[in-house]
Structures are given as structure tokens and as C-alpha cells.
Design a protein around this ligand. Structure first.
Ligand SMILES: [Zn+2]
Length: 75
């Protein structure tokens, strides 16, 4: 998936309220094909449980979490 399309999809997930913050570094993202766990480690690295992240190292869910945590940091 091109980066722009992934950011678009991430924004869509955020606007639809499909990113749920469980704790400081843990999120549930309700994707189109299932609900995934997104976790951020101490170094700020993101990990997602979806197959796309396992094979490509990035996905719309983890991007959505990055956007969300970036926003909360600026507030
Ligand atoms: Zn994912």
C-alpha cells in the first residue's frame, strides 16, 4: 500500500473512533478485517498484531496510533 493511502486509511480509522487507547502504550484498533493490538515500546517503536505489519513492518493501524500519540503530545 502506498504511504499516502495508508495515512488516509489511518485517518479514517481515527475519525471513525476505531482506535481505542487501553493504556499509555497499548491500543486496540478495529480494522476492516479484525481487531488488532498495537503496542508502543519504551523507544517509541510501534508493533501491531496484524499480518500486514508482520510482513511489511507497517500498517494503517500502527500509523493511526502514531498520529494519535503525536496529537496528544502536542496538546
Ligand atoms: Zn496493523
Amino acid at each position: 500500500m502506498p504511504l499516502d493511502a495508508m495515512i488516509d486509511k489511518a485517518m479514517r480509522l481515527l475519525k471513525a473512533g476505531r482506535v481505542e487507547r487501553l493504556s499509555y502504550n497499548q491500543f486496540n484498533v478495529i480494522g476492516d478485517h479484525g481487531t488488532y493490538n498495537v503496542v508502543r515500546n519504551r523507544e517509541g517503536k510501534i508493533n501491531c498484531s496484524c499480518p500486514g505489519f508482520q510482513s511489511r513492518g507497517r500498517c494503517s493501524h500502527s500509523t493511526a496510533v502514531l498520529i494519535m500519540s503525536g496529537q496528544s503530545r502536542r496538546r
